[in-house]
Ligand binder design. Structure first.
Ligand code: CTP
Length: 338
């Protein structure tokens, strides 16, 4: 910790930081930083840190356009500092023009992007599926399940945070996490096509979606009418494409399945892990309150063919997603080392 009794607070701060962000950065701070001057805690920290640095300049237009400031910005850029360019608009004292601090949301997005570049999944492509598939009975009715897609969205969000390029194949129309590519799908066979056509280009595939096991064999083209009486719906099996992924996966790909169970969780999940040739399976008891469908928390066990089970307490789906992806990153690292 740093504080009044820390003899070297600037190095303590600099070393602890994963990223240093200066917002707003004045012409004075930029000048000192470019010139290597460190006469206060901020500029000393900037010289002491080895973490990535972002600066978001804010100053009057005349100062922003001054050649001294432009040269300092060019120097900092050359040294690898990320500059979040100011916009134009209302300035201090009621003036208008260039030099207005960038929008705070944009500054945070840039900071998240810089952090992601240093993340353990940087340079990796992660494919995630989310939600329950919808299988048509007729033109207006479907058979579906209670999956909300929240676990898949959490996985996509956290994979992006850890630096991956993420594709989310989803039956849910919720706003995608920032920086994540989404592919909307509806049925098991749509999802199969979307996943299989992207599988070879993926380093990691996480099948968090609840894919229907059965679908109506002959969905009616129009809307079935009530006066025709209760319909008899003949079902047929869908194709379990996680089995195909397991059979064809390249040796350096990490394949993760999910097992939503109500009974004999570990036994059932272990059978799926082996039968589908997975690298990890995340098993959870969906009958337990707080774990499973449409809630923001989950309680799961991760099974790994190469290690003992890892059981997690009830936690936020985002926190669980991070733990799963840390396991995935370790597996990817082990494979590139061997
Ligand atoms: N899965 C799949 N294609 C299917 C069915 C399931 O890719 N047609 C995937 C799911 O996305 C999940 C895993 O297989 O990652 C396990 O799904 P689950 O429904 O738990 O297992 P099933 O093998 O369908 O077995 P059961 O329904 O009998 O529990």
């Amino acid at each position: 910790m740093f504080g009044a009794d820390d003899p070297i607070p600037h190095t303590t701060l600099g070393r602890r930081a994963d990223l240093v962000l200066v917002a707003p950065a004045t012409a004075n701070v930029l000048g000192k930083y470019a010139g290597g001057i460190s006469d206060d805690l901020l500029t000393a920290t900037l010289l002491a840190t080895r973490a990535p640095v972002l600066v978001a300049p804010a100053m009057h237009s005349e100062m922003w356009e001054h050649p001294a400031v432009s040269e300092n910005i060019a120097t900092l850029r050359r040294r690898g500092v990320t500059i979040v360019e100011p916009g134009s608009g209302r300035l201090a004292g009621g003036d208008e023009g260039a030099g207005r601090l960038a929008d705070p949301a944009d500054i945070l997005t840039r900071a998240a992007g810089v952090l992601a570049e240093a993340g353990p999944l940087s340079g990796r492509h992660v494919l995630v599926t989310a939600g329950g598939t919808r299988e048509p009975i007729d033109a207006v009715r479907v058979i579906t399940n209670r999956s909300s897609g929240k676990m898949g969205y959490a996985l996509a969000r956290q994979a992006r945070r850890l630096g991956a390029t993420v594709t989310l194949i989803t039956t849910v129309s919720a706003e995608p996490p920032p920086g994540v590519d989404t592919v909307p799908v509806e049925t098991a066979s749509d999802m199969e096509e979307a996943v299989m056509s992207r599988a070879a280009g993926s380093d990691v595939i996480v099948m968090a979606a609840a894919v229907a096991d059965f679908r109506p064999k002959r969905p009616a083209a129009g809307k079935s009418k009530k006066q025709d009486g209760p319909p008899e719906i003949l079902l047929e099996a869908t194709h379990d494409f996680l089995v195909d992924l397991g059979e064809t996966k390249p040796t350096d790909q990490v394949l993760v399945g999910f097992a939503a169970e109500t009974d004999d969780i570990l036994e059932n999940a272990t059978v799926k892990l082996r039968r589908k040739n997975l690298d990890l399976i995340v098993a959870n008891d969906v009958s337990e309150p707080g774990a499973g469908f449409d809630v923001d928390t989950n309680r799961a066990v991760i099974l790994d063919p190469d290690a003992g089970p890892e059981e997690f307490p009830l936690m936020a789906k985002d926190a669980l997603a991070l733990r799963i992806l840390e396991r995935v990153a370790t597996k990817l690292g082990d494979r590139s080392d061997s």
